[in-house]
Design a protein around this ligand. Structure first.
Ligand SMILES: Nc1nc(=O)c2c([nH]1)NC[C@@H]1CN(c3ccc(C(=O)N[C@@H](CCC(=O)O)C(=O)O)cc3)CN21
Ligand SMILES: CC(C)C(=O)C(=O)O
Ligand SMILES: [Mg+2]
Length: 272
């Protein structure tokens, strides 16, 4: 297996733009806690996303909507304590930026101040343009997120592929161009046709990180718990499982139970 090129001692928002210019693909995975972040950072993952998917993966909610700004800050500060190299991006949760640009800036500032994260991500295009500008003006790097935007799931009703129709594809391209123009350092494209995603990546100079957006973009992101197979019911086509930890962990837990019941554990060496 090839080892991650650890070209950058510390990954910054500038490194990501450079990586795109040099044709080096960007690796991004989610992290919500210290222990996982340590492993990811040490493995050489370029970007750690403290995703609001913590709402699903950590807290068991059906959607990303319930997670709060305080909870995101808790997850992000745990991740920040672990990292030495990766760039940390923190999702602004639902309800913390949609009201008005001032509220958006206040939320972004709280994340930067209270978690030590390096940048924030929020979902949407021209609807939240003023909020993004406000945050950027405060010197906070912003990653955009277009296509399937899970915080608006109730507007769409399903998690189906986005921007299949010409009109939606045009809006997505306009939004991407706008995000680049106002100064975002990167953007996520979620569950959109690979052809469209590639077109967007070719049209802008900031990196496009895809999830279910094909191979023509500048980097990839997955939810860590999905890619190591800890989550079980989540099975979209774009997910590649690198481990079946659900099975491995179940086996370990069952072995432990058996060892306790049979009095095999602890043995002579495992006691004082
Ligand atoms: N565990 C987890 N992984 C994720 O990638 C993730 C979350 N949670 N929570 C927040 C969002 C929601 N995301 C999603 C949710 C559903 C699909 C999806 O493809 N769902 C169905 C298809 C639904 C349909 O076609 O109507 C599937 O095939 O599983 C994709 C991304 C990505 N994010
Ligand atoms: C799926 C990624 C892009 C995300 O926003 C999250 O994990 O919250
Ligand atoms: Mg998210």
């Amino acid at each position: 297996m090839s080892v991650a090129k650890k070209q950058y001692k510390r990954v910054t928002v500038k490194s990501l733009v450079e990586m795109k210019a040099n044709g080096e693909k960007i690796s991004m995975l989610t992290a919500y806690d210290y222990t996982m972040a340590k492993i990811l950072d040490n493995a050489g993952v370029d970007v750690l996303l403290v995703g609001d998917s913590a709402s699903n993966v950590m807290a068991g909610h059906e959607t990303t909507l319930p997670i709060t700004l305080d909870q995101m800050i808790y997850h992000a500060s745990s991740v920040v304590r672990a990292i030495e190299r990766s760039l940390v991006v923190v999702d602004l949760p639902f309800g913390s930026y949609q009201s008005d640009p001032k509220e958006a800036l206040r939320s972004a500032i709280r994340i930067m101040k209270e978690s030590g994260g390096h940048s924030i991500k929020l979902e949407g295009g021209k609807e939240i343009k003023e909020s993004i500008k406000r945050i950027l003006n405060a010197g906070i790097p912003v990653m955009g997120h277009l296509g399937l935007t899970p915080q608006s799931i109730y507007k769409f009703g399903t998690y189906t592929v986005r921007a299949k129709e010409e009109e939606e594809a045009e809006k997505l391209m306009e939004d991407a161009l706008m995000l680049e123009r106002i100064g975002c350092f990167a953007l996520v494209l979620e569950k959109v046709p690979a052809k469209l995603a590639q077109k967007v990546a070719e049209a802008i100079s900031i990196p496009v990180i895809g999830i279910g957006a094909g191979n023509g973009v500048d980097g990839q992101v997955l939810v860590t718990h999905d890619m190591v197979g800890m989550t079980h019911e989540f099975n979209p086509r774009f997910l590649r499982r690198y481990l079946d930890l659900y099975k491995e962990m179940t086996g370990a837990f069952q072995q432990y139970i058996a060892d306790v019941k049979s009095k095999d554990f602890p043995n002579e060496e495992e006691q004082y």
